[in-house]
Design a protein around this ligand. Structure first.
Ligand code: NAD
Length: 246
C-alpha cells in the first residue's frame, strides 16, 4: 500500500483503529475521523508514530454531509487525492423492537446509513475523475446474513449498506473503482462489550471457531480489498466471522 492515500471513518477505536495502523504499517498515508474522544484519537496517532505511512486525525460527525465534504477536501489538501475510502464508523443501540425508543432507531440509521452516503458521496467524484479508487464498507453478519434479536435497527442499516455497496459497485465499475463490504461476526471491541454479559455467553457458543474475532483480523481483509490484489473483486461481501454464518 506504499504511497496510497486512504480515509477511514471512525478510526479511533476497534476495527477502524486496527485498519488505520495496518494501512500505515504497509506504507499508506491515512486520515481517520472520530466522533469525540480526542484522547483515543491521540493514542492512535502515538501508536502510528514509528510506522511507515503518515497518519492524521480529524474530529467530525459522520451524520453531517457538510462535515464530510469538509473532511474529504481537507484530506485531499493534506495528503493528496484519495485512493481508498473505508466506511467504518458505526454504532449500536440494541433493544427489542417492542421497547425501542424512536431515537434509537433514528440515531443508528443516521450514523450507520447516512454516514455511509455522506462519505461515499463526498469522495466518489474525485475517484471517478482519477479513474481509480477502492471503497470498503464495514457492514456486519447482522446485515441480512443472520438475524440478531435486539438489533432490528442495526441489522436494517447493515443490510442496507450491502445494498448500497452492490448498487454503487455497478455505477462506478467502468471508472476502475471497486466497492466492497466486509461482514464481521463478533469482534472483540467496545461494541461487543456493550452487549449484556448473559447474551454474550450465548453468542460466543454459536461461533464454530469458539472465539471472538480480533479487530486486526478484520483490518487484514479490509487492507486486501484496498490493495491491487483485489482488482477483480467488486460488489462482494467477505464474511469474517469464524464460521458463524457458514
Ligand atoms: P467501536 O465502537 O470500537 O468504534 C466505532 C468508531 O466509530 C469509533 O472510532 C467512533 O469514534 C466512530 N464513530 C461512532 N459514531 C460516529 C459518528 N457519529 N461520527 C464519526 N465517527 C463515529 O466499534 P467497532 O466494533 O470497531 O465497529 C466498527 C464498525 O464495525 C462499525 O460499523 C460496526 O457496526 C462494525 N461491526 C462491528 C462488529 C463487532 O463485533 N465489533 C461486528 C460487525 C460489524
Amino acid at each position: 500500500m506504499s504511497g496510497k492515500r486512504v480515509l477511514v471513518t471512525g478510526g479511533s477505536r476497534g476495527i477502524g483503529r486496527a485498519t488505520v495502523l495496518a494501512l500505515a504499517r504497509s506504507g499508506a498515508d491515512v486520515a481517520f475521523t472520530y466522533s469525540s474522544n480526542q484522547a483515543s484519537a491521540a493514542e492512535v496517532l502515538a501508536a502510528a508514530e514509528e510506522l511507515e505511512g503518515r497518519v492524521i486525525a480529524m474530529q467530525a460527525d459522520v451524520v453531517s454531509y457538510e462535515q464530510a465534504k469538509q473532511v474529504v477536501g481537507d484530506v485531499q489538501n493534506e495528503l493528496g487525492d484519495l485512493d481508498g475510502l473505508v466506511l467504518n464508523a458505526g454504532i449500536t443501540r440494541d433493544g427489542v423492537l417492542a421497547m425501542m425508543p424512536e431515537e434509537n432507531w433514528d440515531s443508528v440509521v443516521a450514523t450507520n446509513l447516512k454516514g455511509v452516503f455522506n462519505y461515499a458521496r463526498a469522495a466518489i467524484y474525485s475517484m471517478i475523475r482519477q479513474h481509480a479508487g477502492r471503497v470498503v464498507c464495514v457492514s456486519s453478519v447482522s446485515g441480512g446474513l443472520m438475524g440478531v434479536a435486539g438489533q432490528t435497527n442495526y441489522g436494517a442499516t447493515k443490510a442496507a449498506q450491502i445494498g448500497f455497496v452492490k448498487s454503487l459497485s455497478k455505477e462506478v465499475a467502468a471508472y476502475g473503482i471497486t466497492v466492497n463490504a466486509v461482514a464481521p461476526g463478533f469482534i472483540e471491541t467496545d461494541i461487543w462489550q456493550s452487549i449484556p454479559a448473559a447474551k454474550r455467553a450465548g453468542l460466543l457458543k454459536s461461533i464454530p471457531q469458539g472465539r471472538l474475532g480480533q479487530p486486526e483480523e478484520v483490518a487484514a481483509a479490509i487492507c486486501f480489498l484496498l490493495s491491487e490484489d483485489a482488482s477483480y473483486i467488486t460488489g462482494s461481501v467477505i464474511e469474517i466471522d469464524g464460521g458463524l454464518c457458514a
